[in-house]
Design a protein around this ligand. Structure first.
Ligand code: ZN
Length: 241
């Protein structure tokens, strides 16, 4: 049993739900932190509550370890940056090759606010769903960025923090597989039914992989990952039969 206490960056999306399950399977005590920075779709913030409630109902052994959920107002981020995530704009690539959904410095701020809270709550591990295999190439999702930040924050706060990113090197199909390994069909269903990914905030179209428009880059990534995972599971099942 790992006696460490962890704080999970939890947005209510698929990736951060996997991170939360991963932390609950591993640590003695887990708390969650979310940020309101004027997201285009408050649906994502509502998804957080539904995911946590479902986890508590269906995984009592995890519920016992799951502590407080903290919500931090970061609407100032919406004032600083003009992006497709904080206002209504078409999603497109910018001249620098990054999509206009990139909120500059977002993950850097998230980790620093999380660490300040973790310091007060005596939590030594901070878990985030950053991933280098993601298509968008956000520079603040890179492994080196997170590692450098871990060192800077630990030095600056005079306390050793460990920043864990369990999804860093796996793709979307492997993320679905990790979910299955952590919590079986019950956890996969919680993700399909409750988590939100779609950039357009579509909640009235349900697919095997969840709700969404099915067309935007976020839906496309989730859908393709799900389909590759299902195809691989079918092959494995046939192989072992
Ligand atoms: Zn979509």
């Amino acid at each position: 049993m790992n006696n460490q206490r962890a704080l999970v960056l939890f947005s209510g999306g698929q990736d951060s739900t996997v991170c939360l399950a991963w932390a609950l399977a591993r640590y003695a005590h887990v708390e969650t932190i979310g940020f309101d920075y004027g997201q285009r779709h408050r649906i994502e913030l509502d998804a957080r509550k539904n995911v946590i409630a479902s986890l508590r109902t269906q995984f009592p052994q995890w519920s016992a370890k799951l502590g407080d959920d903290h919500m931090i107002d970061l609407t100032v981020l919406g004032q600083l940056s003009d992006t497709a995530l904080t206002r209504d704009a078409e999603i497109k690539l910018q001249a620098n090759g990054l999509p206009n959904t990139f909120v500059p410095g977002r993950n850097l701020l998230f980790f620093q606010f999380a660490a300040a809270l973790a310091y007060r709550r005596e939590l030594s591990v901070i878990v985030g769903g950053m991933c280098e295999t993601d298509f968008s190439g956000y520079p603040d999702c890179r492994d080196d960025t997170i590692k450098a930040l871990q060192v800077a924050v630990s030095l600056g706060m005079g306390q050793r923090f460990t920043f864990e990113t369990p999804l860093m090197w796996i793709d979307k199909a492997e993320t679905w597989q990790l979910l299955q390994m952590l919590g079986g069909d019950a956890l996969t269903e919680i993700v399909v039914d409750n988590t939100h990914t779609c950039y357009h905030g579509v909640r009235d179209q349900k697919h095997a992989w969840g709700y969404g428009c099915g067309e935007c880059p976020a839906c496309d990534l989730r859908k393709k990952g799900y389909e590759r995972w299902r195809a691989a599971s079918t092959v494995n099942a046939k192989g072992s039969a």
